[in-house]
Ligand binder design. Sequence first.
Ligand code: NDP
Length: 381
Amino acid sequence: MKKIAILGSTGSIGTQTLEIIEQHPNLFKAEILTAGNNYQRLIQQAIKHRPSTVVIANEAHYDPVKKALSPYGITVMAGEKSVSEIAAFNEANIVLTAMVGFAGLKPTIEAIKKHKTIALANKETLVVAGKIIMELANRYHIDIIPVDSEHSAIFQCLEGEKHNKIEKLILTASGGPFRGMSYEQLKTKTKAEALKHPNWNMGAKITIDSASMMNKGLEVIEAHWLFDVPPQDIEVIIHPQSIIHSLVRFEDGSIKAQLGLPDMKLPILYALSYPNRIKSAMPRFDFADYPQLTFEKPDTSVFKNLAYAYQALEKGGNMPCILNAANEVAVDAFLDDKINFTEIFDIVEKTMHKAPYIKTPTLDDLFETDKEARRIAQSMI
Ligand code: NDP
């Protein structure tokens, strides 16, 4: 029985993880659940899954959660600090990081230091502190198993290939709701349009990131750290059907790909069951339903965030942290109807120029960078 701590159980990845746990009660148990604000959903989840502990990050919701869960003997904690502490709690073997944004960094570090296996959905953690996280993972001998479908695909392609050199990683991207549009067209796109992803049903932040292609940029950085491949050997290709989840080309020219229907439950299940595969009842892919799988080059003169992410990765140091902070602020502002869609690109670019650059940042430097870059980005809204 694997005991799972789900950080961000009330979100898109979190709820799908709980569905998987429910389908495999003999294999997995939800030991710890954490949420940000959605205390009602947290209460429902806890009553159903009976974890030993829940944490609500927003302390204002502590009382109703405590009142609802004390008859069940479930420990209730509150506050961001408690989320980090609970990630290191002894009872869990696997910590699934499904919080959104920079907030995932601290708990992930605490979990690694307590030798937990990390099932990593929170890509922002590797974007802002990839070097530090991978060094910690090596030092504490823990596995980081990707949940992101592209990285799960690459991870699966690399099984049995550890000794073989990777020539290229090819990340597929759906292209999002604005695929093929011009920069002028993007200027007038609304929140409702940006939130309508053609293939995936995800949380708001990652859905906007998909529409701006920042999501793919963050994934390039994530792939660099997870698989130790230089930026010039990581390619992005638009594949609107989202059936091929990503590919690896080896030195002999051979390419391995991983395919499946676009359903996040598949990579989540793999991350939880790794190194085994478990029989699942999920719908199967049928080639007859997809007579054409197509591919296009991304246009970084329109979807500028992808270019900025490559630039941040090339520059290194705290630049990816600056990129991420500026993007989080800009996406929040877009979701609050304070800026238009293409201003997301402007805010990211300008913050990258204005925030102080540090070549070899410590963890404290990264926390400081995150604060300063947010302040700079916010001043443009
Ligand atoms: P959601 O917005 O749906 O969920 C985010 C979760 O994190 C919620 O449970 C939320 O709590 C919690 N949370 C947010 N902020 C805080 C905070 N400051 N402290 C504690 N908890 C917090 O996001 P997704 O599930 O879509 O994405 C989660 C992560 O997984 C992201 O990093 C994303 O990039 C990545 N990912 C997501 C995919 C998807 O299909 N959704 C695919 C691949 C990667 P509450 O709702 O209670 O406020």
